[in-house]
Design a protein around this ligand. Sequence first.
Ligand code: NAD
Ligand code: GLY
Length: 362
Amino acid sequence: METVAIALPGRAYPIHVGQGILDRCELLLPYLRQAKVAIVTNTTVAPLYLQHLAQPLRDAGIDVVEIILPDGERFKNWQTLNTIFDVLLARCCERSTTMIALGGGVVGDMAGFAAACYQRGMPFIQMPTTLLAQVDSSIGGKTAINHPLGKNMIGAFYQPSLVLADIDVLNTLPDRELRAGLAEVIKNGLIRDLPFLDWLETNLERLLVREPQALEYAICRSCENKAEVVVADEHENGERALLNLGHTFGHAIETGMGYGEWLHGEAVAAGTMMAAELSRQLGWISAGDVERVENLFLRAGLPVFGPAMEVSRYLELMQHDKKVQSGKLRLVLFKQIGQAVVSDCAAQTEIAKAIAARSPHV
Ligand code: NAD
Ligand code: GLY
């Protein structure tokens, strides 16, 4: 087992990454403030893994409340969030009861937001079960639900006290979901870690066949990158925005196509290609650089073009981005491969041109 630390002053927590972690309830017990937990999961993950976690806890004398949500990005909303509060109240959960999120980013984001709000904050543990959640969404304290007009628009910063990432559970993840997770892994190399990008170019096939050593390395390296960024800028006043490479375009794709049609990682990959194309137009990177990014996404089985949607619709949806300041769009672009920047220097016409170059005409 490897451990990566999130060294936030006064709220530091470990991320444990390795095989067989789900069954090791001794890793979790020291973090409980009372002998009661509420596990939030969904209808897909529950039959696979809920009892692996719940039974050893019950055997250790812990009262376990199970909250099983419907599965899917389209359920990441107020209505589903409310069902979490309904059960917490009906089962008399207290401020000291620990909430555990067992699932992918959708479960983690919703459970985290519920934990931030319930009785103004209850302890929270993340047990991510998708690659995307293990490398990104379970770390750093961003929690949210979607609004029909914009992705992750309602939420809170709320850090977990522990993250437990069991690599073995990735064996049941559908291929499409594994690939979507790779988009966020590749993102780390693209924005700030060129040696990791080189490693990914050499070792991508080992990840695609789920070789445990390769997965553990890529997950830990991604967590280390994210840990550095989150500790430097927890509330995204600066550097943390770089983790949103491809996300302004990507969130427009997710919202515009209907939540769940495009997976988050797929939308991020296509959005990253739009950011790369725009950076090329600005003269910051070369056509060869764009091709390098495209090749890696293609090898990972990820889309390198967005869906057919009016360019004006892309631009309209992008105005809801959380990086918009005084009405001005700010985008994460490439100064060079391995070095991203946040920039507001691209004109609307240039942005439109990049979107058009990277999406089918409608
Ligand atoms: P997801 O949570 O929808 O999970 C993907 C699918 O895999 C679901 O059907 C799920 O039930 C299933 N699944 C989960 N674990 C499984 C397993 N081990 N075996 C078999 N099936 C399994 O999607 P995701 O990609 O994990 O997360 C995407 C979400 O994360 C988006 O809503 C995105 O906005 C959010 N996100 C948040 C952050 C953050 O910092 N908070 C960062 C990135 C993404
Ligand atoms: N996934 C972006 C962030 O955590 O900031």
